[in-house]
Design a protein around this ligand. Structure first.
Ligand code: HEC
Length: 133
């Protein structure tokens, strides 16, 4: 089967929102590019580091394990950028949300802000490389 057809078969379930893609997990540990996060590029340590930092800078105070009550502003309890297990579990959801962004009332993240393309790409690289570990 041509690689492109296989990729389409892998991606289609994500598009329709059912997270039963290739391998049956949510992309964790999949280095083949079968997740919506795409590839972890070679020599991307610095970019991944910038992506990690952007998450720590941009998603506060709402998505921290230490943030409770009013400062959490109702952010879901299972999305915490300072908790590596949470970031891995929510990686694809995080990437989807920041691609949409929250500018002009859009339904993405961060609320009210659309991150720059460079920052979105850095976060993608961090998530893809982290998931590949
Ligand atoms: C000002 C507070 C605030 C900031 C900053 C913020 N979020 Fe959120 N986030 C929320 C709230 C409130 C929700 C729940 C309501 C919603 O989904 O819109 C949420 C939901 C989410 C969800 C779950 C969406 C879903 O449909 O289940 C993800 C993933 C997420 N945020 C990621 C992020 C990331 C990544 C950042 C930083 C780049 C970020 N958020 C910044 C408040 C925030």
């Amino acid at each position: 089967m041509p690689v492109r057809t296989m990729l389409l078969l892998c991606f289609a379930p994500f598009v329709i929102g059912a997270l039963h893609g290739c391998g049956g997990d949510d992309g964790g540990g999949d280095t083949s590019g079968g997740s919506s996060l795409g590839e972890c590029p070679p020599d991307s340590t610095a970019q991944a580091e910038a992506g990690y930092q952007a998450l720590q800078d941009q998603c506060v105070p709402c998505h921290l394990t230490t943030s409770v009550g009013a400062s959490r502003i109702n952010a879901p309890e299972d999305v915490n950028v300072d908790d590596p297990a949470s970031v891995r579990a929510e990686a694809e959801e995080i990437f989807e949300e920041i691609q949409i962004g929250g500018a002009n009332g859009a339904d993405g993240m961060p609320i009210g802000v659309k991150l720059s393309d460079d920052t979105i790409e850095a976060i993608r690289v961090f998530l893809a490389c982290d998931a590949a570990k």
